[in-house]
Design a protein around this ligand. Structure first.
Ligand code: SF4
Length: 447
């Protein structure tokens, strides 16, 4: 039995691919190791949508290549966005790498690795982004490792939007939605494996189904997912403001299983900046949509993302963004400085902003939002909330950690259970009373 280890980098969409690859390797007779140090086969699933991610991927690959010198690693494989973006050139740049696979190619890894061990022929299996066909991998189930209480359900890959700063469409190709039948079978399988919370993801979940025959909608999919008996809750991430419909807002308000939470990346609020970014929204549309959600879904938590220092962003544009953030639409906000990514249209725009100004604007946004988030979480003291137990806290054995409906995995804070009575296994959904808020985390006792 060949020992293999999968090292995953990047976003939750990559995490889904890595889980599918893990399942495939087990099905193909490999032994799966959690760590690479004794693995004969090491697979690095990479992210490459921005230069810092490219550099991280290369440094991880080079550090793992050390295992080839020590002799434990016989095959070093790279998959995902880095090979998809750079193709065979990657093999020239990093000769330690034996095999590379593009964004839709990881299903071929097990057999190609076995073939490589026999013939030792370096191979590049990367299709052009315009020829990517995700239907080859959509049906593959994810390896859920109990006690995993939550999982991601990727409902589409690629993107049809054309934000001027973004390389994802060029890397991952046009949007390809996954048919509802496959998604429902994935979800049922996850729930059978103990998952209680499903996080629905894509580059833009609100564009779901537009490319499929019969144009199944996101709302129809969510209604069917909500009918899975043992599934506790569903959270929506990466909703494009432009496509948030009244139907989706009504469903968010009415459907018990849908978390009172929505992630709506807006990127900016100044119309000239939004236009230059190639975003489909104008400030009044964004504002109207957010007001409608807040009005129709009482107590909803909104997360968003903004970008600072986009070429041509004036001091006045920035001040407009700060005033918008101070209005308190968002409970959580991710903020990033603009990066002039090679190959993206915006990298050639005039009026590029200095790194110093970008950093200053970023700090101002983070400081402004921190107060709003802390205030919002303090308002939860004394409230009863549904908490999904994830297990013992990494901070202390005296604490259990979990998340409320309004805390997304890996990006928002945690809820610590301070008084533990009886066995609260991971995946248990409990009702708890919040008694303390500390920065982005909450403390609660089970009722
Ligand atoms: S919506 Fe825009 S930022 Fe997001 S993946 Fe698509 S092109 Fe990139």
């Amino acid at each position: 039995m060949l020992k293999a280890a999968v090292v995953n980098l990047g976003c939750p969409k990559n995490e889904v691919d890595a889980e599918k690859l893990a399942h495939l390797l087990l099905e193909s007779g490999f032994e799966l190791l959690a760590e690479p140090d004794n693995a004969a086969v090491i697979i690095v699933n990479t992210c490459a949508f921005i230069q810092p991610a490219v550099e991280e991927a290369i440094s991880v690959i080079l550090s793992l290549a050390e295992y080839k010198k020590s002799g434990s690693c016989r095959v070093l494989v790279v998959s995902g966005c880095l090979p998809q973006r750079y193709g065979a050139a990657l093999l020239d740049e990093i000769p330690e790498v034996d095999l590379i696979f593009g964004a839709d190619g990881f299903a071929q890894i097990p057999e190609t690795v076995k073939g490589f061990i026999r013939k030792r022929q370096t191979r590049c299996l990367v299709n052009k982004s315009s020829d990517l066909d995700y239907s080859k991998i959509n049906h593959l189930p994810q390896q859920i490792s109990p006690p995993q209480a939550f999982s991601y359900l990727k409902i589409a890959e690629g993107c049809d939007n054309r934000c001027s700063y973004c390389m994802i469409p060029a890397i991952k190709g046009k949007q390809q939605s996954i048919i509802p039948e496959i998604l429902l079978s994935h979800a049922r399988r996850m729930v059978a494996d103990g998952v209680k919370e499903i996080n629905v993801i894509a580059q833009d979940i609100t564009a779901y189904g537009r490319d499929l025959n019969g144009k199944p909608t996101l709302c129809a999919l969510l209604r069917e997912l909500s009918e899975i008996p043992e599934l506790g809750r569903i959270r929506l991430l990466y909703a494009y403001p432009h496509r948030i419909t009244d139907e989706l807002i009504e469903l968010l308000a009415a459907e018990e299983k849908l978390c009172n939470y929505l992630d709506v990346p807006v990127q900016h609020i100044s119309d000239p900046v939004l236009k230059a970014m190639g975003r489909r929204d104008q400030s009044r549309d964004i504002r109207a949509t957010l007001l409608k959600i807040k009005d129709r879904v009482p107590g909803v938590f909104l997360r968003s993302t903004v970008m600072l220092g986009f070429p041509g962003e004036t001091e006045a544009d920035f001040k407009q963004l700060i005033r918008f953030i101070e209005e308190g639409f968002f409970d959580y906000l991710g903020a990033f400085t603009y990066w002039p990514e090679d190959g993206s249209p915006a990298a050639r725009f005039p009026d590029q902003i200095s790194d110093e100004v970008k950093r200053e604007r970023l700090q101002t946004v983070l400081a402004t939002q921190r107060q709003l988030t802390e205030k919002r979480l303090k308002e939860k003291i004394g409230c009863r909330e549904r908490v999904l137990i994830e297990g013992l806290s990494s901070e202390s054995d005296l604490l259990l950690q979990g998340r409320c409906d309004f805390q997304a995995p890996e990006i928002d804070g945690l809820t610590y259970i301070t008084e533990i009575e009886g066995d609260l296994a991971p995946g248990t959904m409990v009702e708890a009373e919040i008694h303390e808020a500390h920065e982005f985390d909450l403390f609660a006792r089970v009722l």
